[in-house]
Design a protein around this ligand. Structure first.
Ligand code: PSU
Ligand code: MN
Length: 306
């Protein structure tokens, strides 16, 4: 661990610290997906299935959160259960929230952005999740652009995800990432996955067919001093995919309802995820769980190559 004042607020679980010291593969996981992305108790079951999938491939999982004013890298089963039960009462922490949640010694769940920050502090380079935040539809009015995108521009962590959910404006999110210099990589695919379905129809920047080739691009990116992350987009396994037109219809209705209710800011993503799960009778939730498990496996394979 480099000598860094941040270490004073960083708690790395012994198993994770040991793996990092020994140069063994570690995969970071976010916690907003647990608190705000899925309902209890499926969120907890999903979090432990994801950790298990990483172990099966031979890497160590490190779920990241904030607790008692400390940055936690590697949560215990009890800590995951607590966060899962707390649900949307947990503070959803992105970059701008960390100073206050820490100074006030509160607990919080970390978004993709905050998880990247904390993973990088701990020396973890690979992070698995479901979907990243992005440019929201209607951005012309709202200016709603997730801080995840800026974080990808500046923090050296590869984010393995199932692409960008069509609650967002996928085309504009890709434009933003291009401007920010963030490579969008298709893992065994030429088109960007659309989370619940295997393709958004948008081309990825680069197609890569195995973990070693992803790791090679990550290494050389950081070796030559190019700050920032990469998006590694993995399509949901075909047997768990939902029909694109059906899910897009559900998403459109959910967005209409959100606008009628005046939901804005950091509440938009959790609101939409919950509505979509309701309106698909839980099928979207099942697909979400399966795609995260699949992403975790791919992330573990990449972590073994770096
Ligand atoms: N997309 C999902 N599930 C999620 C999220 C996004 O499919 O749980 C969460 C992630 O934690 C992501 C955050 O970082 O929402 C983005 O929120 P915002 O748009 O407020 O930055
Ligand atoms: Mn936002």
């Amino acid at each position: 661990m480099p000598d860094n004042p941040a270490n004073d607020v960083l708690d790395i679980a012994p198993e994770v610290a040991e793996a990092l010291r020994a140069g063994q593969p570690v995969v970071a996981l976010e916690s907003t997906i647990i608190s705000h992305g899925m309902p209890y108790p499926k969120n907890v079951a999903s979090a432990s299935a994801v950790e298990e999938a990483i172990r099966e491939v031979g890497a160590v999982p490190a779920t990241i959160a904030v607790a008692g004013g400390r940055l936690k890298v590697g949560l215990s089963t009890d800590e995951i259960e607590r966060l899962g039960k707390l649900g949307q009462k947990a503070i959803k922490c992105s970059r701008r929230d960390l100073p206050f949640v820490l100074a006030r010694q509160q607990d919080g769940a970390t978004t993709v952005a905050a998880t990247m920050i904390i993973a990088a502090m701990a020396g973890i380079r690979v992070f698995a999740t479901g979907g990243i935040g992005g440019v929201h539809r209607g951005v012309e009015e709202t200016m709603d652009i997730s801080a995840d995108l800026e974080e990808l521009a500046r923090t050296n962590v590869a984010v393995v995800c199932a692409g960008i959910k069509s609650v967002l404006d996928i085309g504009r999110t890709l434009e933003y990432l291009e401007t920010a210099g963030v490579p969008v990589v298709g893992y065994q695919t030429d088109t960007l996955p659309a989370f619940y379905s295997r393709s958004s129809g948008f081309a990825v920047d680069y197609r890569v067919d195995n973990a070693a080739d992803v790791a090679a691009a990550m290494q050389v990116k950081w070796q030559i001093g190019l700050q920032g992350g990469l998006v590694i987009a993995v399509p949901i396994p075909a047997e768990h995919a939902l029909d694109r037109d059906e899910i897009d219809g559900v998403i459109n209705e959910a967005i209409d309802e959100m606008q009628r209710q005046g939901v804005t800011g950091k509440d938009t993503t959790p609101f939409l995820l919950a509505r979509i799960a309701e309106r698909t009778g839980g099928r979207s939730l099942e697909a979400n769980i399966q795609l995260v498990i699949n992403n975790a496996r791919v992330a573990a394979r990449i972590a073994k190559q770096i």
